[in-house]
Design a protein around this ligand. Structure first.
Ligand code: FMN
Length: 190
């Protein structure tokens, strides 16, 4: 019998009507049968990184909870907007915090990326910055297919935020199938 792959999603947007959050919450319904997908704990209460905080009172509880969830997952899917051609500051800050832990949770962790953006590039520049940043802490970045949801407002239902663009749904499903295989290869879980 095959073991279920446990994946967590991290969303880079805190906005109530976020397209990235909407995509993240719809992933369980698009996942192959061997993959379970749950949301990671929130990162929005993590303070701005300061070595003095780490040094005086240790790692904040929100940081260790986030790190524990990443550590215990078989794989991570980051679904994030692009801010000013790069990674949203809050998400980068959370990654910076966990990178200072002794047992860095992203080490050897399979990670897939997805982004939704209002424009024509779909968050591509943010994804390449995330690839660079996560490679520096020894994560394993999944390659193709890439999920870059361009002109996001046209691809989600205006009221329910349900993803209603069939080519996008199809490619997201393809990525999840490929990511399941990749996670099994990297983690050795069969
Ligand atoms: C601070 C800020 C910077 C942004 N910079 C970019 C950008 O560099 N590239 C881009 O495609 N969209 C950019 N946008 C627009 C986002 O793609 C758009 O607001 C998107 O809907 C945000 O994702 P969300 O719906 O998940 O919150 C920016 C938005 C904000 C708030």
């Amino acid at each position: 019998m095959t073991e279920t792959i446990n994946v967590i999603t991290i969303c880079g947007s805190l906005r109530k009507g976020s397209y990235n959050a909407a995509l993240a919450w719809q992933l369980p319904s698009l996942a192959p049968s061997g993959m379970s997908i749950k949301a990671a704990p929130a990162w929005d209460k993590i303070p701005i990184y300061n070595f003095d905080i780490q040094n005086s009172s240790g790692f904040p509880a929100e940081v260790t909870a986030w790190a524990d969830a990443i550590r215990s997952a078989d794989g991570v899917i980051i679904v994030s907007p692009e801010y000013n051609w790069s990674i949203p500051g809050g998400l980068k800050n959370a990654i910076d915090w966990v990178s200072r832990l002794k047992d860095v949770p992203f080490k050897d962790k399979p990670v897939a990326l997805q982004s939704c953006a209002g424009g024509v590039l779909g968050g591509a520049r943010m994804q390449y910055h995330l690839r660079q940043c996560l490679t520096s802490i020894d994560a394993h970045l999944f390659g193709k297919p890439e999920i870059l949801v361009t002109f996001a407002p046209k691809k989600f239902d205006e009221k329910t935020l349900e993803l209603n663009d069939q080519p996008t749904i199809d490619i997201v499903k393809q990525q999840l199938v490929g990511f399941e295989k990749y996670v099994r290869r990297v983690s050795g879980k069969h």
